[in-house]
Design a binder for this molecule. Structure first.
Ligand code: MGD
Ligand code: MGD
Ligand code: SF4
Ligand code: MO
Length: 668
C-alpha cells in the first residue's frame, strides 16, 4: 500500500524545501513538494525529485569495504569498526590525536550532522578544517561590517522599489526566490542583474549589466563616487550609525571614474544609472556567492555593503545587504553537542589548503583522514594536489552513499544512510527561516548505517561510549532547548513539519550592530584588533591582467566554474538519464578569435592542470570569459578543479575558485 509522508530536502541549497514522499513496501517511490510549506509551496527542483533515484540506485554502497591489494573487499561492520578504532587508538597513543584529519563539507543540512564534532572532540581533538569553499570570504566580510551576516525575510522583497541581483544565479540555484522575483516584478519593482553571464535571471530583468569577473568591488566604488558626487548619500545614517566614513571617502578620491570604467569594463553611464537606482530607496541587494570566490572577495563584499550603507538601504523594509542568514542556524544550540572542553589538542587547516596542509604537516604528520559529507577529489581546488595528499596518508576512511572520486581512493569505505532512512531536522542559514522535520520513512538498504551510528560505535570502542548514549530524539531536543520558551520543540515539529524560527525579519532595524563599536564599520575594528588591515581597499583578483600581466598573456581568459543546473555539486551527475559531458561555455569573442565552433572538442589548461570538453558559444557573456560547470566526476571528464587554485581570500576564510586564468585550444 502507498502512503505519503511529509519530509524535507537535505541538500546544501538556498531553498531548504519541504517534501511529500510516497512510500510503498519500504521503498521511496516518489519525491514531490509539500504544498503546505510556507516558502517552497509544493514546488521542488529536479535535484530534490532525483533523491528517489539516488535512494534506490543500484550503485548505492551497501556494505563496509576494505581495500586489500588494490581491490575493495566486503568486510563486516565489526571488523571495519574494530580496525578503524584500533588505528585511531594507536595514533592517539603514538602520534597524537591531531595526526587525524577530519575532512568534510556541508552536504547534509541535518541538525544531527553536527555531532561529528562531538566525536572528534571526545577523541581528544583532531586536525580540523576552517573557512569555507562556498561563502567564507563574504561571511567574514559581513562580520567585519555588521558583526554578522543576516538577510531579510523572503516576503520583504515586496517592499522593494528596486531589486539588485548581484552575482546570484537565482533561476538555477534558488528557485523559490526566482518565483518571488517574478511576482515582485509584476507588482512594479525594478529588477537589475549584475553578472558576467546572461543567465535565466538576467533574462527576466529590466536591465542586465555584465562586469569583468572579480571587479565588482571597484564597480561599487564607482557607484559610491557618483552617489556622493550627486549628494544622494544618506547623511543621517552615515553620521549616527557608522564609523570610518572618512577612510572610505578618501579611498573614493584615490581613483577616477574613467579608471574604474576601464577596469570593470562597465560604462560610466551605467555606473551613474546604478547610483540613481541605489539612491531611489528602498533598494534591496541580493548577493550571490560566486563573486566572492576571488582573492579580493572579502573586500568586494565589503565595498558593496558600503554602497548599501551610504545609500541608506540598511535596516529598512525593502532594503538589505542579503548575503546569508546566519540567524537561522544560531537559533539552535549546536554547541551543546560539541563537548569542546574535551578537546585537548587541536590544529587547523583551511578548507582550501587542506591538501597542502596534509602534504607539509609535521609534529605530527597527518596519518589518517576521515571524510564525511564531502567529496574533496571533485570539489576542493587543485585536484592534482588533492589526489597526491589523499593518497599520501596511511589510512583514508570515507563515509558516503556512493563510490565517489574520493571514495575510490579510500582504505575503508563505510556506507551511510540518506534523509529518508533517518530522522532529523533540516535548516539552511542562507535564505528563509523555516526549519523542516523529516521522520525516518524506510529501512536503509544493505547494511548502510547513519553517520551518528558510526560515531556511536567507534566511541564505544574508544572508551567514551557514554558521550553518545542518547537517542536521536534526545539529541534533537538538546539542540532545540533555547527555542522551548517560544513554543518550538520536537513535538511541535512532528505535528507541523516545518516551523518558523524566531529571527529578525528586517535585520538591523534598530541600527544596533554587532561590531565592537556597535556601529556599521567602514573600517573594521574587529580586523584591526586581530592585527589585520581593517580599511577598505581597491584590491584586485589574483589572476588578472591588472595584477599579473605576464600570466594574463599566457592565460588570457577567466574561467568560472559555476554550480550545475541538474546536479547539487557532484551528487547527481551519475544518476542523470543521459551520461554527462564536459561543456565548455565560451564568450563570442573567444570563438571568433580562435575560430571555435559549437561542439568542437577543446582543451582548457593552465599551470595547474587541464580539462577537455565540448564548445558551447554563449552569445551574451562578458568578453574573454569561459565557464565549465563544477561537480563532474573523473569518469565523465572532470574534475574542473584540476584548474582552480587553492589560494585563500583576503580575509583568509574563503576560496578563490573563480580567480582563475586559463587558455583554450582545439584538440587536433
Ligand atoms: N542547481 C544547483 N543549485 C544550487 C547548488 C548546485 O550545485 N546546483 N549549490 C547550492 C550551493 S552549495 C550554493 S553555495 C549556492 C550558490 O548559489 P549562487 O551564488 O547563485 O551560484 P554560483 O554558481 O556560486 O555563482 C553564481 C553566479 O555568480 C556569477 N559570478 C561569478 N563571478 C562573478 C563576478 O566576479 N561578479 C559577478 N557579479 N558575478 C559573478 C556567475 O556568473 C553565476 O551566475 O547554490 C545552491 N544551489
Ligand atoms: N570549481 C568549483 N568548485 C566548487 C564550487 C564551485 O562553485 N566551483 N563550489 C563549492 C561549494 S559552494 C560547495 S558548498 C562545495 C560542496 O562540496 P561537497 O559538499 O564536497 O560536494 P557534494 O558533491 O555535495 O559532495 C558531498 C558528498 O557527501 C555525500 N553525503 C551526502 N549526505 C551525506 C551524509 O549524510 N553523510 C555522509 N557521510 N556523506 C554524505 C554525498 O554522497 C557526496 O558524495 O563545493 C565547492 N567546490
Ligand atoms: S535542492 Fe534546493 S530547490 Fe531543490 S528540492 Fe532541495 S532545497 Fe529545494
Ligand atoms: Mo555552497
Amino acid at each position: 500500500m502507498q502512503k505519503v509522508f511529509t519530509s524535507a530536502c537535505p541538500l546544501n541549497c538556498w531553498d531548504n524545501c519541504g517534501f511529500k514522499v510516497t512510500v510503498e513496501n519500504n521503498k521511496v517511490i516518489k519525491v514531490e513538494g509539500d504544498e503546505e510549506h510556507p516558502i517552497t509551496k509544493g514546488k521542488i527542483c529536479g535535484r530534490g525529485r532525483m533523491l528517489e533515484i539516488r535512494a534506490n540506485s543500484s550503485e548505492r554502497l551497501l556494505y563496509p569495504m576494505k581495500k586489500i591489494n588494490g581491490e575493495f573487499e566486503r568486510i563486516s561492520w565489526e571488523q571495519a569498526l574494530n580496525e578503524i578504532a584500533s588505528k585511531l587508538q594507536e595514533l592517539k597513543v603514538n602520534e597524537g590525536t591531531t595526526s587525524v584529519l577530519h575532512s568534510h563539507d556541508y552536504a547534509n543540512s541535518g541538525l544531527l550532522t553536527n555531532l561529528d564534532q562531538r566525536f572528534f572532540n571526545a577523541y581528544g581533538g583532531v586536525t580540523e578544517l576552517i573557512g569555507s569553499l562556498c561563502w567564507g570570504a563574504g561571511i567574514e566580510a559581513q562580520n567585519w561590517d555588521f558583526g554578522d551576516a543576516y538577510s531579510h525575510a523572503p516576503k520583504d522583497i515586496f517592499n522593494s522599489k528596486n531589486i539588485v541581483i548581484w552575482g546570484r544565479n537565482v533561476a538555477r540555484t534558488n528557485m523559490h526566490f526566482f518565483q518571488m522575483l517574478q511576482e515582485a516584478k509584476k507588482n512594479g519593482a525594478n529588477l537589475y542583474v549584475i553578472d558576467p553571464i546572461y543567465n535565466a535571471t538576467a533574462k527576466i530583468a529590466h536591465r542586465h549589466i555584465t562586469v569583468k569577473p572579480g571587479m565588482d568591488g571597484l564597480l561599487a566604488v564607482g557607484i559610491m563616487k557618483e552617489l556622493i558626487g550627486l549628494g544622494l548619500e544618506d547623511r543621517d545614517f552615515i553620521e549616527h550609525f557608522t564609523s570610518g566614513y572618512e577612510d572610505l571617502y578618501s579611498l573614493l578620491q584615490s581613483v577616477t571614474l574613467s579608471q574604474i570604467s576601464e577596469m570593470t569594463e562597465v560604462s560610466v553611464e551605467v555606473i551613474s544609472e546604478l547610483a540613481s537606482l541605489y539612491a531611489d530607496r528602498p533598494t534591496s541587494t541580493f548577493f550571490g556567492l560566486g563573486m566572492q570566490r576571488y582573492e579580493n572577495g572579502g573586500n568586494t563584499i565589503r565595498l558593496i555593503d558600503a554602497l548599501i550603507a551610504i545609500s541608506g538601504n540598511i535596516g529598512i523594509a525593502g532594503g538589505g545587504a542579503n548575503y546569508a542568514n546566519k540567524q537561522v542556524g544560531q537559533s539552535f544550540d549546536v554547541s551543546a553537542f560539541t563537548l569542546s572542553d574535551k578537546k585537548q589538542a587541536h590544529r587547523q587547516f583551511t578548507m582550501m589548503k587542506q591538501a597542502e596542509g596534509i602534504l607539509t604537516s609535521i609534529n605530527p604528520k597527518i596519518k589518517m583522514i576521515m571524510v564525511t559529507c564531502g567529496n574533496p577529489l571533485t570539489q576542493v581546488p587543485n585536484t592534482n594536489e588533492v589526489r597526491e595528499a589523499f593518497t599520501s596518508v596511511e589510512t583514508l576512511v570515507v563515509i558516503d552513499q556512493f563510490m565517489t572520486d574520493t571514495a575510490i581512493l579510500a582504505d575503508y569505505v563505510l556506507p551511510t544512510t540518506n534523509v529518508f532512512e533517518q530522522e532529523d531536522i533540516y535548516y539552511a542559514s542562507m535564505y528563509h527561516h523555516y526549519a523542516n522535520y523529516a521522520p525516518k520513512l524506510v529501512e536503509p538498504p544493505g547494511e548502510a548505517k547513519s553517520d551518528l551510528w558510526i560515531w556511536t560505535e567507534l566511541a564505544k570502542r574508544l572508551g567514551f561510549g557514554e558521550e553518545f548514549a542518547c537517542s536521536r530524539e534526545e539529541w534533537m531536543e538538546m539542540a532545540l532547548a533555547p527555542l522551548k520558551d517560544k513554543g518550538i520543540n520536537l513535538e511541535e515539529f512532528k505535528k507541523h513539519h516545518h516551523l518558523a524560527l524566531p529571527v529578525d525579519e528586517i535585520p538591523w532595524e534598530d541600527r544596533k550592530f554587532k561590531t565592537p563599536t556597535g556601529k556599521y564599520e567602514f573600517t573594521s575594528t574587529l580586523a584591526e584588533g586581530r592585527g589585520l588591515n581593517g580599511a577598505l581597499t581597491l584590491s584586485l583578483p589574483k589572476e588578472s591582467k591588472w595584477s599579473n600581466e605576464e600570466l594574463a598573456i599566457k592565460y588570457p581568459y577567466t574561467l568560472l566554474t559555476i554550480h550545475p543546473m541538474r546536479s547539487n555539486h557532484s551528487q547527481h551527475y551519475h544518476i542523470l538519464p543521459t551520461e554527462p559531458k564536459v561543456k565548455v561555455e565560451i564568450s563570442k569573442n573567444i570563438a571568433e578569435e580562435l575560430e571555435l565552433n559549437n561542439n568542437e572538442y577543446v582543451r582548457v589548461w593552465n599551470d595547474r592542470g587541464e580539462i577537455k570538453g565540448y564548445v558551447h558559444i554563449l552569445e551574451k557573456v562578458h568578453p574573454n570569459t569561459i565557464n565549465i560547470d563544477e561537480g563532474i566526476w573523473a569518469k565523465f571528464g572532470g574534475s574542473v578543479n584540476s584548474l582552480t587554485s587553492s589560494g585563500e581570500s583576503d580575509n583568509g576564510l574563503g576560496s578563490i575558485l573563480y580567480d582563475c586564468l586559463v587558455n583554450i585550444e582545439k584538440v587536433k
